[in-house]
Design a binder for this molecule. Structure first.
Ligand code: CAA
Length: 379
């Protein structure tokens, strides 16, 4: 068993860390406060290759493995989870979904621009009444011969108003249940497609979350991904990889909080010594670090499974379940270590605590991860 990262992995990790510290850290508090999308920063991330890391270089991507992606996601998420969710959705859901299941024409048309960040993508599965219960799609894609007529509403869509390409899951044959669902590529600007109001969120406030409305949108047949009726499996397969990205985001939020807590506990004095000299603080730091290391190993295991073409549904779900719990617990402890300073924005940990919560909700709640894991165990 080899736990060593390669030279290439270490270089990607260092580049992501450098980018996060120099480009994302300045302004992250302000973007969170004012719900400001990191437009310039995302553009630079695209130029540096962080938005299409695993895409084949022939389509403009970095051709890297999933381990590199996990390492970069951790570093970016330590500083700005609003930027890393854009990175995660673009890489694991949109680029991967098109590259794995799209036609050659679709790949050539969309991937080069998505992989370089010239445009970004969104993944549209959730609906007002179909969150965890994703088979209950109400959005319809009626077959009209050479196009689908798309009608319905999607909720909680990351990159809702900033994306140019949307992968929309919709029901074509209601009588066939999940086997009657299709995945369509919808472009911004198609007639009848309206972006709803922006959500005012607890965390990842710099990211752009909207509802979307489709009213008689004509989507050409050539925009369907995969066979007729493949849409639900497409969504499940895509989300299985997406969960590795969100697990790494959670890992980054947790390790960012630990770094801040370590720094603060060596600076802050109480009862005549640095608070790091008190066992009450040392025990917290030790627990935080141990949990983070376990979360990191689960993320890397899931990435390794994916890179080795092994099944990664269960390992990805385990990584997400555990890392998101660790993110929540670690950030709460980091705020506690900071005391009153942890409760104000300048010290960053309160933002990390708010950002951590979404990792237990999106791309499948923790309860959904447990369903995925237990089904695999009981097979
Ligand atoms: N790969 C391929 N196929 C899969 C699959 C997978 N990983 N998981 C399930 N399927 C297939 C099943 O084999 C089954 O097909 P057959 O009947 O042909 O065998 C079909 O899909 C239906 O599966 P289930 O019977 O297991 O479906 P279910 O209704 O019991 O639900 C679920 C399964 C795991 C609960 C699923 O609905 C689920 O994952 N829900 C959560 C949805 C989710 O994660 N939403 C996140 C929104 S996206 C987002 O958050 C992005 C963002 O913006 C950040």
């Amino acid at each position: 068993m080899n736990f060593e990262l390669t030279e290439e992995h270490l270089a990607v990790q260092a580049a992501a860390r450098e980018f996060a510290q120099t480009e994302l850290l300045p302004g992250v508090i302000e973007r969170d406060e004012h719900q400001k999308f990191p437009t310039e920063q995302i553009k630079k991330m695209g130029e540096l290759g962080f938005l299409g890391m695993m895409v084949d270089p022939k389509y403009g991507g970095g051709g890297m493995d999933t381990i590199s992606y996990v390492l970069a996601m951790e570093e970016i998420s330590k500083v700005d989870a609003s930027a890393s969710v854009v990175m995660s959705v673009n890489n694991s859901l949109v680029c991967w979904g098109i590259e794995k299941y799209g036609t050659e024409e679709q790949k050539q048309k969309y991937l080069p621009r998505l992989a370089t960040g010239e445009i970004i993508g969104a993944f549209c599965l959730s609906e007002p009444e179909a969150g965890s219960d994703a088979t209950s799609q109400r959005t319809t894609a009626e077959d009209k011969g050479d196009y689908y007529l798309l009608n319905g509403t999607k909720n909680w869509i990351t990159n809702g108003s900033t994306a140019s390409v949307y992968l929309v899951i919709a029901q074509t044959y209601p009588e066939k249940g999940h086997r009657g669902i299709n995945a369509l590529i919808v472009e911004r600007g198609m007639e009848g497609f309206v972006v709803g109001p922006k959500e005012n969120k607890l965390g990842i406030r710099g990211s752009d979350t909207h509802s979307l409305m489709f009213s008689d949108v004509k989507v050409p047949k050539e925009n369907r991904i995969g066979e007729d009726g493949f849409g639900f499996k497409f969504a499940m397969q895509t989300l299985a990889g997406g969960r590795i990205g969100i697990a790494s985001q959670a890992l980054g939020i947790a390790s960012g909080a630990l770094e801040l807590a370590l720094k603060y506990s060596k600076e802050r004095k109480a009862f005549g010594v640095e608070i790091a000299k008190h066992q009450a603080i040392q025990f917290k730091l030790a627990d935080m670090a141990t949990n983070i290391e376990a979360a990191r190993l689960l993320c890397l295991q899931a990435a390794y499974d994916k890179d080795s073409h092994r099944d990664y549904g269960m390992s990805g779900a385990m990584a997400k379940l555990f890392a998101s719990k660790v993110a929540m617990e670690t950030t709460v402890e980091a705020v506690q270590i900071h005391g009153g300073y942890g409760f104000v924005k300048e010290y960053h940990v309160e933002r990390l605590m708010r950002d951590a919560k979404i990792t237990q909700i999106y791309e499948g709640t923790s309860e959904i991860q447990k369903i995925v894991i237990s089904r695999e165990l009981l097979k």
